[in-house]
Design a protein around this ligand. Structure first.
Ligand SMILES: Nc1ncnc2c1ncn2[C@@H]1O[C@H](COP(=O)(O)OP(=O)(O)OP(=O)(O)O)[C@@H](O)[C@H]1O
Ligand SMILES: [Mg+2]
Length: 359
């Protein structure tokens, strides 16, 4: 047990902020020419701020290419941030060096979309699940065997699976193994990057139920990344809707579904099929989503969403809206909020410096 006590003690406060991200950016250089000089950049994450509390699920939702994975990997410090702060349990890990990051690697774990590519096909399940213990030099061989048994039980897999290889398991079972491995070192934050989108629909709900059960038992904070707004309906506590690297809207999950304020969120909601009429708290008329996501290296002028927006007006192509407060713990980025005759509840207040509005 070399560094088992390295983690800081956990404060008892029920609303402990595990992760506080402020004005985070991640830009990728675009190089060209013979000498591969920088000719531009992709602003994959462009000034994003949010908090995740202990035991809470914060969902990041948006279409393909909007920067969700870049955000998740940067928060986990698998990618170097361009600027901004990533406060993890009170420490800014944005500037941590490799040595400092070692303890963070135990505390923040990532579960990816495709368990087939994230699990080593040549290793048995027991070695996959125990690997983080080996890497971090934790426990004896017997301790590791016990931990693997405990984790397989936790994710509802039979003990005999310890001796199998990934290709002997179904997609859902493999994702359970990936979740078990992520839990091995008792992290406080799991980043779940499209954790169910590679699975059969029938299996998705079971994996979601498992994640919820684990969160309740272990008081885990989740950063859930998904393109599927409907997936967040029952599991997210708060939601950030992302478009071309920026938050368009951020709110409590119930509030976002009941009173969406941003046209982009309206379009995403309008695309969700209604399963149960009683659940349709807010259901905009079917809105035809226009066009494709623009090239992130050359975003539209003004509001980046304006070419696809059903509420577009003249100024939208020239004036970039700020993220403004539109309600209790609710922010949105749209020029409509900044018009004097805005008829929505609550006065819109500019919060772009922190992205948090009332906090
Ligand atoms: N290593 C990289 N170098 C250059 N550009 C990149 C790199 N990784 C991602 N990008 C670009 O950054 C933008 C955001 O990509 P990212 O993978 O974060 O989006 P995403 O929301 O996770 O998409 P998806 O839903 O398809 O997984 C895209 O335009 C992508 O092409
Ligand atoms: Mg992605």
């Amino acid at each position: 047990m070399s560094d088992a006590n390295a983690a800081a003690p956990r404060p008892e406060a029920a609303d402990e902020v595990v992760l506080r991200v402020q004005e985070l950016t991640k830009y990728y250089p675009i190089t060209g020419g013979l000498f591969r000089t920088k000719v531009g950049e992709v602003k994959a994450v462009d000034g994003v701020s949010f908090d995740v509390r202990r035991g809470e699920t914060y969902a990041i939702v948006g279409e393909s290419g909007c920067g969700k994975t870049s955000l998740g990997k940067t928060v986990a410090r698998l990618l170097e941030p361009t600027s901004g702060t990533i406060e993890f349990r009170g420490q800014d890990i944005a500037a941590f060096d490799d040595r400092q990051l070692k303890s963070i690697r135990r505390e923040i774990q990532v579960v990816y979309q495709d368990p087939t590519s994230s699990l080593n096909p040549r290793k048995r399940i027991k070695d996959i699940v125990a690997e983080p213990l080996v890497v971090h030099g934790v426990g004896t061989k017997a301790d590791r065997r016990d931990r693997v048994a405990e984790l397989l039980a936790r994710v509802d897999l039979p003990q005999e699976f310890a001796y199998r290889y990934p290709n002997e398991l179904s997609g859902g079972q493999k994702q359970r193994v990936a979740i078990a491995r992520a839990l091995t070192l008792e992290p406080s934050l799991l980043i779940l990057d499209e954790p169910t989108s590679a699975l059969d629909v029938s299996v998705q709900a079971k994996v979601v139920a498992l994640l919820e059960e684990l969160q309740a038992e272990l008081d885990l904070a989740y950063l859930l990344i998904t393109h599927d707004l409907s997936l967040t309906k029952n599991i997210a506590d708060r939601i950030g809707v992302m478009y071309l690297g920026r938050f368009m809207e951020q709110a409590d999950a119930d509030e976002l579904f009941a009173r969406p304020r941003n046209p982009y969120t309206e379009q995403l909601l309008s695309a969700i099929p209604i399963v149960d009429e009683s659940e349709a708290v807010y259901k905009p008329e079917k809105i035809e989503i226009q066009g494709e996501t623009p090239d992130p290296s050359d975003p539209p002028s003004g509001c980046s969403f304006h070419p696809r927006c059903h509420r577009v007006f003249d100024d939208c192509s020239s004036v970039a809206p700020s993220l403004v407060r539109v309600g209790e713990d609710h922010t949105s980025r749209c020029l409509l909020h900044e018009l004097a005759d805005e008829d929505a509840p609550g006065s819109a207040t500019d919060v772009d410096s922190t992205g948090r509005g009332d906090r």
